[in-house]
Every structure is written in structure tokens, then in C-alpha cells.
Ligand binder design. Structure first.
Ligand code: GLY
Ligand code: MN
Ligand code: MN
Length: 440
């Protein structure tokens, strides 16, 4: 858990960057309806949760640097014993202060009466427009309410600025506590991948392996997956975001699993690919070795000072050379790389930032240049090859081999640490583990 002191430090840092004469309004996520009166499980919005640790829906944080009566206000639901009997406990206004460290708390229903007053005579409003149209409209209503009062001498904020730049730079650099949590998320997920390898056998349904993954996440203390698992056998492994997970797993096919647990609101994101029957065929082995070599080469580039695109460039070189060796591409590797000839077989990038969001926040370029890696950043490294039967001119022996190998990597002072290293990825290690079958 991120403790109250760290949450307070985050708010202080953001407020230092915002400067005086400013206000930030940061709402949590809306509750989303699955159908009729059934809701999706609530997940707080990550920026909001990063600053507050407040887990309930219907909450808005307001930060006002330098305000003598208190800089951190929280609008939230009031206690209501009758509703709490049905829907669960609430912190209420008092808990917002005593448990979550707000300087003052107000009922969420009173926002309209209070917020406009807080905007008076401020120069800048930090608010992220475009996430929630209904809330955007309320923001303009409050700003206009202040503008309506100019003749009485009050001044409305002239600038409405997204807080994303400040906040997302902060979120990009993980603290010691965050790293500890993310290691745990990755460890739990690696265990789930191992379990899936050991339970898998021909004839099972893809979703039955999803059940094993989710079981292991929860059994190890991770309440939710960080994203819906991709469990794709055979041709489904060539569909990048396949989540139906509803086909039968066939003897002789490869299976691609992309699944990660969320632990304490931090994501892990791991992909492994293995044969449904536990033994790689010759063709599967040849393609797998290329993806693995590309992934290891990409990881090897990671250290402070490397620029963001270097792992991708390393992966592309190995993949292109591999496709030439297999006879799938013809020509000089250098020319083929510069022509992006690999793109019918490898069509995504080699990684992304990882944190509270699986595709985490943080800029990849600064002033037009790829950013350099620094200690504390966490990223995925996930090259793949997708040899779909639909790819024009592809020899039949390669059809339906879809492979991605994805790890979570921390940039350290001297290089890198692979957080997801417990999930086996060499052919020998996978075959050896799969030989020790577990009953489903
Ligand atoms: N699981 C989504 C991704 O690998 O980017
Ligand atoms: Mn993934
Ligand atoms: Mn990923």
C-alpha cells in the first residue's frame, strides 16, 4: 500500500509545480453500467487515486496551493447507514479527513455551491478536459458562474490547463514503494503464467485457462486483472487483442497468453507463448527462437541514457534478420529494416510505460526527440511475430504461428531488472515445466 505520507508528498509536489493563484480539480472515474442496474466493478481514475488513495466512487479532489484554511479538499459521499447497509461502507466526510488526510471534506452534492467560490480570483485552473464530457460541462458552468460576477470585482481563471504534464511526469518515475508493489504484481502474474502452462492440455477451452490465471491472481492477493486476459490458441494468437477466449485448444497449436494482475492499483503485463501439447514443433521452435532473441536483444539495450526507441530498433533488427533466415523475407537486412518489410508480421511497438495504467502515462518524446531512460522508469518489452494464414504469399508451414514474449522491466542505476523473470521463456524451461502437469 502507498502510505499517507507518500500520498501527501505527491500532492505537495504537484502543488509546488502548479504555483500559487491556481486550483486543480481532479475527479475520480464514473461508475459504469454493465447492463440495466448492474455496474462494472468500480476502479478509481488513476491520477485521482495517485494523489488521494481514496477508493470510493463519486469523489472529486480539489487542490488549492497556499490556501490558509487547507490546501486539499475532498468532495465525497456522506455517510448514510441505510444505503451503507445495501451498498457497503463509506468513509464519509469525517473519514475523508481522518483516514485519507483531506484538510476538509464536503458532500459531493454540494459541489455546485462551493466550487465556483474556490475559483474566484485564481489565475489558472488545472483540469483535464476530454475525459468525461458531463464533468467538462460542469467545469464550464462553474467558470462561467465566476465570469458572471466580474462586475462585483471578482476575476475568473484565464487559463484552463491540463495537469497531465506535471502529474504524468511524476507517475513515470516509480518510488521505492511503487517498485515493491509492481514487483509483487509481476511475481503474482508470473506464477499465474506458470500455472497456465502446467494445466494446459489439448481439448481445453481458452477461457478455462483464463479461469486458471484469474484464480491464481486472486489466490495470491490480486483482486483484479490489470486488463482482460488474451488467451489465443492457433490462429487466434495472430489477433493482437483477441479476448473472446472461447475456442478449443488444439493439439499441435501454439497458445499465446497475455495476462497480468493488478496489485494495489499497479499493473503487470506479461505475455508468454507455448505449445498446447507441451512440445514445440520444428517450425514453431524456429520462429520462437527469433522472437526470444529479439526480446533479449531489446532488453539488453536498457540502461540509463538509452533512448526510448533503442529496444524497438534492436528488436526489429533481430526480427528482420530472422525473417530473412526463415526465407520469409528476401534482401539485405538493412534495406528491409528501412523499408519496414517486417510490418506484415510484426505490427506493434516493442513496449510501453507500465504503472497504475497498463499503458501507463508519460511522454515518449521530449521536444521531438525520443526520451532517454532513467532509473525508476518501468516499461514492457514485448516483440512478437504473427504469421497469419491470411498474410499474402506466406508458406503454409508458418501459418497460425503467433508469438509474443513480454516482460516488465525496471530501469536501474546500472542497467535493468526484469520484474517478471519468474515466468519461464526459454524453450527448454517451458517444455520442462509443462512436462510437470497440474490438474485443472
Ligand atoms: N496487454 C496489452 C499490451 O501488451 O500492451
Ligand atoms: Mn500485454
Ligand atoms: Mn504490453
Amino acid at each position: 500500500m502507498i502510505d499517507r505520507k507518500e500520498l501527501a508528498r505527491r500532492r505537495k509536489r504537484l502543488m509546488d509545480m502548479m504555483g500559487d493563484d491556481s486550483v486543480a480539480i481532479i475527479p475520480t472515474a464514473p461508475v459504469r453500467i454493465r447492463n440495466r442496474d448492474v455496474e462494472f466493478p468500480f476502479r478509481p481514475e488513476s491520477d485521482f487515486f495517485y494523489l488521494t488513495g481514496f477508493p470510493e466512487p463519486e469523489a472529486v479532489a480539489v487542490l488549492i496551493p497556499g490556501r490558509p484554511q487547507g490546501e486539499y479538499l475532498l468532495f465525497c459521499r456522506e455517510r448514510d447507514p441505510k444505503l451503507e447497509r445495501w451498498d457497503g461502507a463509506r468513509a464519509g466526510l469525517e473519514g475523508a479527513c481522518s483516514v485519507y488526510g483531506a484538510d476538509d471534506a464536503f458532500p459531493i452534492g454540494d459541489m455546485n455551491d462551493i466550487i465556483a467560490g474556490l475559483l474566484e480570483n485564481k489565475e489558472r485552473l488545472y483540469y483535464n478536459i476530454g475525459n468525461d464530457t458531463a464533468f467538462d460541462q460542469r467545469i464550464s458552468g462553474w467558470v462561467n458562474a465566476v465570469r458572471d460576477r466580474v462586475r462585483s470585482g471578482v476575476h475568473a481563471p484565464d487559463e484552463i490547463i491540463s495537469p497531465n504534464h506535471f502529474l504524468h511526469e511524476m507517475r513515470l518515475y516509480k518510488s521505492r514503494n511503487e517498485i515493491k508493489i509492481m514487483k509483487k504484481a509481476a511475481r503474482i502474474s508470473a506464477g499465474a503464467h506458470k500455472r497456465a502452462m502446467q494445466v494446459c492440455r489439448p481439448g481445453m477451452m481458452e477461457y478455462q485457462l483464463e479461469a486458471e490465471l484469474n484464480y491464481e491472481f486472486m489466490a495470491q492477493g490480486a483482486r483484479f486483472p490489470a486488463y482482460p486476459a488474451i488467451v489465443g490458441g492457433g490462429r487466434n494468437a495472430c489477433i493482437l487483442h483477441y479476448t473472446e477466449n472461447s475456442d478449443v485448444l488444439s493439439d499441435g497449436d501454439l497458445l499465446l497468453i497475455d495476462a497480468g494482475a493488478e496489485y494495489d492499483s499497479y499493473a503487470s503485463d506479461i505475455s508468454r507463448t507455448f505449445p498446447v501439447n507441451g512440445k514445440f514443433s520444428k517450425a514453431q521452435r524456429a520462429v520462437y527462437e527469433i522472437v526470444l532473441e529479439a526480446q533479449l536483444a531489446a532488453i539488453e539495450t536498457i540502461r540509463p541514457g538509452t533512448h526510448w526507441n533503442e529496444p524497438h530498433e534492436a528488436a526489429i533488427r533481430v526480427i528482420t534478420k530472422g525473417l530473412v533466415d526463415l526465407g520469409i523475407l528476401k534482401g539485405s537486412v538493412k534495406q528491409l529494416v528501412s523499408d519496414s518489410a517486417y510490418s506484415p508480421y510484426y505490427m506493434h511497438r516493442t513496449g510501453h510505460w507500465l504503472g497504475m495504467d497498463v499503458h501507463d502515462v508519460g511522454d515518449y518524446k521530449i521536444e521531438g526527440e525520443w526520451r532517454t531512460l532513467e532509473p525508476g522508469m518501468i516499461m514492457t518489452v514485448e516483440p512478437g511475430l504473427y504469421l497469419s494464414a491470411e498474410t499474402r504469399g506466406l508458406a503454409r508451414k508458418w501459418w497460425n504461428i503467433g508469438i509474443r514474449i513480454e516482460d516488465d522491466v525496471l530501469v536501474t542505476r546500472n542497467g535493468y531488472e526484469v520484474l517478471s523473470k519468474d515466468a519461464p521463456k526459454s524453450i527448454d524451461a517451458i517444455e520442462e515445466l509443462m512436462a510437470k502437469q497440474l490438474a485443472a
